[in-house]
Structures are given as structure tokens and as C-alpha cells.
Design a protein around this ligand. Structure first.
Ligand code: RIB
Ligand code: CA
Length: 325
């Protein structure tokens, strides 16, 4: 059992990632912190609670984080995730207050208490603020997995940048710089691998057939996202980035990659681009593990079988996989 903190911006794929994490016996989620990204950190907090209610885990605390990036103006992704951040499903609010401390204060206190791994699924503003105050705490994070960036794949919010690192490029850079100074590695689950993870209408129907309650919840929050993918990229289905970061944290053999020094462009046309020194021109120690390939079939088996008991039936999955991928 690995005790982790999940930092996120729910967000539709964040919601699916939380569902996977909550369905995985290997993880004990000590707390969820939200950050402005897909939606504002406070709306993300309300959405995280809606997912916790769906999963019957409202015992897990949710802390609201930074409302805007370190330097650049805040730009949300409501065009992709809907005005409510969960695909305009407009799920009823969860009553109850949030803890009286901020996400950054929670992170500082928790890491002072014990070593905890971090799975970051949104812009890295909270973590950057933490490391600006306490750079020593990165050493208290055994594994730091970040969904973000891109090595060779094109961007998803500019020709070269992935949204999380584009939304707060200085936040991402502060984290990778802190990792470099501490001799730590941030495991970057970027678009090179997450683009391979597409939730298709057939997979969704399969999930609904086996578990109507969970399946209909997932359909309700992904419908808008699927429409967006068709309109923007003529994709039938939707790319679910964040669940791969959780799955990879649980089973690192799902993805392959390499260690390299990485920095993040902060300004101009390349804002948010991850500059990966894969040929070691700069002779700097690695501060990242760049994931470049993923075993899609094994991911699907983990994702489906954990969210929907019985959905991991290999024979049917093989048939579905051959049809879909
Ligand atoms: O670029 C994809 C990432 O940005 C995902 O984490 C998505 O939820 C958004 O935060
Ligand atoms: Ca996210």
C-alpha cells in the first residue's frame, strides 16, 4: 500500500483518474489537492467531492489550491471540460465545507510528517509554491509522477505545448529545477503516451452493459468530451490522459522511457514546451523520466477491470481491442 497525494484539476479525465485510484488497493489517498487548470481550483474542489461521493469515499479530504499560475494569466479549459468542469453534467453539489487550510499548507504539513508520493494531474502551481517555500520537501517525495509535457508528440493547446505545462509554465519549471537541484526525478507521463489512451464509445457501452450505474456516470461526464474530440480532431471517443498517470504509478512496467535533463520554456511561441535533452548536449544530470511508449492493452485491462468488476475478461477485451485499436 503506497500512501499518496493526488494534485489535480478535475476535469473529466482527472475524475476518471480519481476513480481508478480509488478502485486500486495499492494506493491509500491521504488527500486530494486541487489547482486551477481545466477549471478554477475551488470548482475543482467541488468536482473532486462529486467523484468522491460517486465512489463512496467522502472520507478523503480535499484541499483547495492556487487559483492562478505563478506568472502568466490563468486560462481555463472549459471549452474542453465544460462550464462545470465535468462535461456539463451539472451533478448536484456535495454539501459541507473544505478544511480550513490551503493545499500548499496541507502539502507542507503532510510531507513534514511523513514521506508521501505525489501524482500530479494538473498544472504544477501548488507544488511550485510548495518548493519555493520548502525546496527540501521534494526529497520527502519517493515518487513524483506528473501528467504533462510532451517529448516528440505535438501539443494539445499550441503546436508544441501540453495544457498542464502551458497553463503554468513557470510552475512546471520551478518543479523540474527543484528536482534537478535535489537530484530527484519527476516521471513525466506526457502526450507521447497518453494520446494512445482513447476511451471509445464501444468501451463505454461495454462498461455500461456490465455496470449500468458506474457506466452511466462515466457516460454522463464524458459525452461533452467526446463531442469536443470529434469537433477538434475528428476522433471517435476521447483521450483520457490522467488515468494513465495513475495506472503507471501503480505499475511502472506499463510505460517505457528514458531519463534526461528537461526544462520548460516559459514565454513566447514555445511557452510550456518541454525541452528534453535526450542527447545530453548540456551534460546535466537527469531530472525527469520521459515516458515514450505505453502498453495500451494492459492499461485498458487495469482501467476496466478495476472500475467495472468483471470487465477485465481477457477474451472479450481481446475481441474489443482488435476491433478498436
Ligand atoms: O493536457 C492534458 C492535461 O491537461 C490533463 O491532465 C487534463 O485534465 C488537463 O489538466
Ligand atoms: Ca488534469
Amino acid at each position: 500500500m503506497q500512501r499518496v497525494i493526488i494534485d489535480c484539476d478535475p476535469g473529466i479525465d482527472d475524475a476518471l483518474a480519481l476513480m481508478l485510484a480509488l478502485s486500486s488497493p495499492e494506493l491509500e489517498i491521504v488527500g486530494i489537492t486541487t489547482v486551477s487548470g481545466n477549471v478554477s481550483a475551488d470548482l475543482g474542489g467541488r468536482n473532486a467531492k462529486k467523484v468522491l461521493r460517486q465512489m463512496k469515499r467522502l472520507d478523503i479530504p480535499v484541499y483547495i489550491g492556487e487559483m492562478k499560475p505563478l506568472k502568466v494569466p490563468y486560462t481555463d479549459a472549459s471549452d474542453t471540460h465544460g462550464r462545470d468542469g465535468l462535461g456539463e453534467s451539472f451533478l448536484p453539489e456535495v454539501q459541507g465545507d473544505f478544511p480550513g487550510i490551503s493545499a500548499v499548507d496541507f502539502l507542507e504539513g503532510a510531507l513534514d510528517e511523513e514521506e508521501l508520493s505525489v501524482i500530479a494531474l494538473g498544472p504544477m502551481t501548488n507544488l511550485a509554491r510548495l518548493f519555493q517555500k520548502r525546496p527540501d520537501l521534494i526529497r520527502r517525495i519517493p515518487r513524483f509522477v506528473s501528467m504533462g509535457g510532451s517529448f516528440r508528440s505535438h501539443g494539445n493547446c499550441s503546436p508544441v505545448a501540453e495544457y498542464n505545462y502551458w497553463c503554468d509554465p513557470q510552475g512546471a519549471e520551478v518543479c523540474y529545477d527543484c528536482a534537478a537541484r535535489a537530484g530527484k526525478i519527476i516521471e513525466m507521463v506526457g502526450l507521447d503516451v497518453t494520446r494512445k489512451i482513447v476511451l471509445t464509445p464501444s468501451l463505454l457501452s461495454y462498461m455500461e452493459r456490465l455496470d449500468p450505474e458506474t457506466g452511466s456516470f462515466i457516460r454522463r461526464i464524458t459525452r461533452f468530451y467526446m463531442d469536443f474530440h470529434w469537433e477538434q480532431e475528428r476522433i471517435i471517443g476521447c483521450v483520457i490522459n490522467d488515468p494513465l498517470a495513475v495506472a503507471y504509478f501503480i505499475d511502472p512496467s506499463l510505460c517505457g522511457g528514458f531519463d534526461a535533463f528537461l526544462t520548460v520554456a516559459g514565454e513566447g511561441v514555445c511557452r510550456g514546451q518541454t525541452v528534453v535533452d535526450s542527447m545530453n548536449f548540456w551534460k546535466k544530470e537527469p531530472n525527469s523520466r520521459v515516458l515514450a511508449d505505453a502498453d495500451v492493452k494492459r492499461f485498458l485491462r487495469m482501467f476496466l477491470s478495476r472500475l467495472i468488476p468483471g470487465a477485465g475478461d481477457l477474451a472479450y477485451l481481446e475481441q474489443l481491442y482488435r476491433m478498436e485499436y
